[in-house]
Write a protein that binds this ligand. Sequence first.
Ligand code: URA
Ligand code: URA
Length: 217
Amino acid sequence: MILDDIKKYFLQYRELYGDEIVIKPEFLKEVFLSKSELLHNFYNEIKDCTKCSLGLTRTNFVFGTGSPEAKMMLIGEAPGREEDLQGEPFVGRAGQLLNRILKAINLEREEVYIANILKCRPPYNRDPDKKEIEMCFPYLLRQIDIINPKIILILGRVAAHVLLDSSDSMALLRGKIHYYKNSKVIVTYHPAALLRNPNLKRPTWEDVQLARKIYDE
Ligand code: URA
Ligand code: URA
């Protein structure tokens, strides 16, 4: 896979510039660093971010957790109180439920990669605002590019609207396959919504079964 990429790069390079070869360091970095190293470097680049005011009120920057080699990526909205305190996504009540949902489709939290649209907690858990999303969303896109998951499971309406650039209702977003770059994308309810409304458990079960099916394809 990597060798194919290198070969393609040089073939394209020769077409553009002839036989004199100059290797760009950024290219070598992309090809020879593991996903884990790329994520780690990226974390160090952005962990002290103060591009929006949430950088001033956070306790911890919540980058993401799980396997850099994950085939499935889960995307939530923003850290809550527990996540802000611990520096890890989905570790509060919604996170406990998310762990059980993952177990139900035979996945452990450590096998997937979990991240949020925002890396810092909005005060009082209010919805992310436009400026926060504009500043922070590119960080998630870079994480998705590095991990290049086969499937992305979006948790909740807010994350779905941002990642899919849509304003459709959950009723329209659920139950079908969307695409983001190389990844298939499934939308389901946020686990916090399930805690408030147990009627959402059944449709969520259907969504995660579909996600697991795509994962296994
Ligand atoms: N809700 C989210 O959307 N993300 C978290 O990390 C925790 C709760
Ligand atoms: N339903 C669950 O499955 N878990 C909870 O924690 C609460 C409601």
